[in-house]
Design a protein around this ligand. Structure first.
Ligand SMILES: Nc1nc2c(ncn2[C@@H]2O[C@H](COP(=O)(O)OP(=O)(O)OP(=O)(O)O)[C@@H](O)[C@H]2O)c(=O)[nH]1
Ligand SMILES: [Mg+2]
Length: 453
């Protein structure tokens, strides 16, 4: 139902200074007219849009709460409908009483995300923007927030529009070629190939920027691995600036893996401290080592810790070999002690320049953080943007279609045979902006929202 009036408490339940109740729909203003007694007698009809009035919510003769009411007349509102926001006292009773009064006067309780859904249905925002509303609310670091905000401002919309324009242009060129084959010059084939390549280029650049944005929003996992007693738990504590993990001089202290999140210049970085590698003694340690191996494979990044006060062991060499398979850093811990590790040998075994550090003294941590950041973020952070899973899958599908079309063209297949690929691309782009979506998908997207948003 779209022509009814919805209401919800938009602030979380619990003790708070104020609560906000939102109304949207054709009856929003008349409901306010019935419930609200402004402190100063002013006529209702000349209440200018986007202004606040102070007064009381009443139900008949009964006083409900002292409030501030903002009116937003259509179409200049979040939903593009008539809207009112009632700021009342927080806590457990006032907001609920105001809500009940609104319901009694004809409003209906809003479903999760229904305000944003109306904004989308009335064309105020596209689907990408609607989804970013949720991401703004859920963001964990300021950088993630600013990525979601730029998406909310519509930063992605022109990129999607460009993909769509390029696709439509290709389709019309091909159509002309099929309809008037006699006027169809050779250059036209080249132009179509070029157009296809440029379309693919736009999509690939978008994917690259999105890969980086994903880091800031979804975060990354980094596993601290190494032999027993090299100082892995001490490193976790040093990075957290907190005595989180048990540290002892007894090898095999850590068994279970510990997870903690730090904010690495805007990246939510989950650090996992693992059991040290050695020939495990006893069943618990064996389980711990098995888990450490799992984490080494699961984490996007491995931080291999070596003890600089001891010569490299066979086990260190094995670990160096293993971590080389993906993103990793090598840390030389206990730099406050005399060095007994041969750096020349290490250099031959590992191309990655090691980071000298003392977890005990806290030196070298900044360098480790710098190197981690460089390892994760390739371009300037400002070039990032964030695509959620749904958008990422659609983009991947577009890229597959574009590649397939390009291969066909390069193999000399007539351009009319890529029409199907282009049509699929168009469908996916419309899916990205929400111009072509089924009801079920919309329900699924908006059900993730909270009530009142
Ligand atoms: N001198 C010095 N000692 C350190 C340093 N880092 C850790 N240690 C000591 O090394 C010992 C082992 O430290 P842990 O952090 O428990 O080492 P671990 O790698 O987690 O060990 P397991 O959990 O047994 O695998 C403790 O006695 C620490 O105090 C350091 O930078 N310098
Ligand atoms: Mg430990």
């Amino acid at each position: 139902m779209e022509n009814d009036t919805i209401v919800a408490i938009s602030t979380p339940a619990g003790l708070s200074g104020i609560a906000l109740i939102r109304l949207s729909g054709p009856a929003a203003i008349s409901i306010i007219q019935r419930l609200f007694r402004p402190a100063r007698k002013k006529s209702f009809s000349d209440w200018p849009t986007h202004t606040v009035r102070y007064g009381f919510i009443v139900d008949g003769q009964r006083l409900i709460d002292e409030v501030l009411v903002t009116l937003m007349r259509k179409p200049r509102s979040y939903t593009r409908e008539d809207m009112a926001e009632i700021g009342c006292h927080g806590g457990f009773t006032a907001a609920r009483a105001v809500l009940r009064a609104c319901l009694k006067h004809g409003a209906r309780l809003a479903a999760p995300g229904e305000f944003t859904r109306r904004a989308y249905l009335h064309g105020r925002i596209d689907l990408t923007q609607a989804e970013s509303v949720l991401e703004v609310v859920e963001s964990r670091t300021e950088e993630a927030l600013s990525l979601s905000l730029s998406k909310l401002k519509g930063e992605l919309s022109p990129v999607f529009a460009e993909i769509k324009d390029k696709t439509l242009e290709l389709l019309s060129r091909i159509e002309a070629a099929v309809n008037f084959p006699e006027d169809y010059p050779e250059e036209e084939t080249t132009a179509i190939s070029q157009g296809m390549r440029s379309l693919l280029g736009v999509c690939l650049r978008l994917k690259e920027r999105a890969g980086q944005g994903k880091l800031f929003v979804e975060g990354v996992k980094a596993a601290i691995v190494g032999r027993t007693n090299v100082g892995k738990s001490s490193l976790l504590n040093a990075l957290l600036r907190e005595e989180r993990a048990l540290v002892t001089e007894i090898p095999g202290t850590t068994r279970d893996a510990l997870h903690e999140v730090i904010n690495l210049r805007g990246i939510p970085l989950t650090i996992i401290d693992t059991a040290g590698f050695r020939k495990a003694q006893g069943v618990i340690e064996r389980m711990g080592v098995a888990r450490a191996k799992e984490w080494m494979d699961r984490a996007e990044v491995n931080i291999l810790v070596l003890d600089i006060s001891r010569p490299l062991t066979f086990s260190d060499r094995e670990l160096l070999n293993h971590v080389r398979k993906k993103k990793h850093l090598v840390v030389l811990n206990k730099c406050d002690l005399p060095r007994r590790l041969n750096l020349k040998i290490l250099e031959k075994l590992s191309p990655c320049p090691p980071i000298h550090l003392s977890a005990r003294k806290g030196t070298g941590l900044k360098q480790l953080e710098d190197r981690l950041y460089q390892l994760l973020v390739a371009g300037p952070a400002t070039a990032s943007l964030y695509l959620n899973l749904r958008q990422e899958q659609l983009l991947n599908h577009i890229i597959t279609q574009a590649r397939e079309a390009l291969t066909s063209l390069e193999n000399g297949i007539s351009a009319e045979f890529i029409v199907d690929n282009l049509k699929l691309i168009l469908k996916d782009v419309d899916g990205l902006t929400g111009q072509q979506l089924d009801q079920e998908l919309l329900d699924r997207i908006f059900s993730r929202f909270c009530i009142g948003k």
